[in-house]
Design a protein around this ligand. Structure first.
Ligand code: FMN
Length: 176
């Protein structure tokens, strides 16, 4: 079983990449590949830029990576209650190559932030947007107050309540 995971952020120290990596590692017998959105950086999408450069190879490469997955684990950064520019940009470019960006692959959708909201707004935004573009969101999990609830040295959720909740979600995910 192949899992493709990534944080919906281009921050080098992305807390969402850390959460996606941790969550993907909890699946048993899985081959996990972590993507970095910095490897899919493209000019800001516009129809004018599209007329100029056409369908960029990086957008096709991104879609090919998602094609390889049996399960997608995506943890979205929340910027101003919505998607980060890095995520939205590759999403927009990819959608112009193939509307079913997320390939209908079973998806565990996560979010975290340093604040108490834990990225709940971006999860709601994703629930509206992604299913129209091949997003098959099976479950969601938000980790609030990242710095208090995640141990960045051990790279694990340090709060047992949240950790158990995520592990339960992943157990259910595997059996459904
Ligand atoms: C422009 C900007 C807007 C932000 N807006 C929100 C927000 O609406 N809600 C929130 O919880 N955090 C917000 N944050 C804080 C991010 O959650 C925080 O920077 C987090 O580290 C982003 O995830 P990442 O580390 O994976 O990039 C914002 C940060 C920036 C730079």
């Amino acid at each position: 079983m192949k899992i493709i995971a990534f944080g919906g952020s281009s921050s080098k120290q992305s807390i969402n990449k850390k959460l996606a990596t941790y969550a993907a590692g909890l699946f048993e017998n899985a081959d996990v590949e972590i993507l970095d959105l910095n490897d899919f950086e493209l000019p800001l999408f516009s129809v004018d830029k599209e007329a100029e450069i056409g369908k960029p190879e990086l957008a096709t490469k991104f879609l090919e990576k998602l094609d390889q997955a049996d399960i997608l684990v995506i943890s979205l950064a929340e910027h101003n209650a919505g998607f980060s520019v890095a995520f939205k940009n590759i999403y927009d470019w990819a959608s112009r190559t193939d509307k079913l960006v997320f390939r209908e692959k079973p998806m565990l959708l996560l979010a975290t932030s340093p604040g108490r909201g834990g990225g709940k707004n971006v999860i709601e935004a994703a629930k509206i947007s992604l299913p129209k573009y091949g997003g098959n969101i099976k479950d969601t999990f938000s980790l609030p107050s990242f710095n208090e609830n995640f141990d960045s040295e051990k790279n694990v959720i340090s709060n047992p309540e949240f950790d158990n909740r995520l592990k339960q979600i992943i157990r259910n995910f595997a059996t459904n």
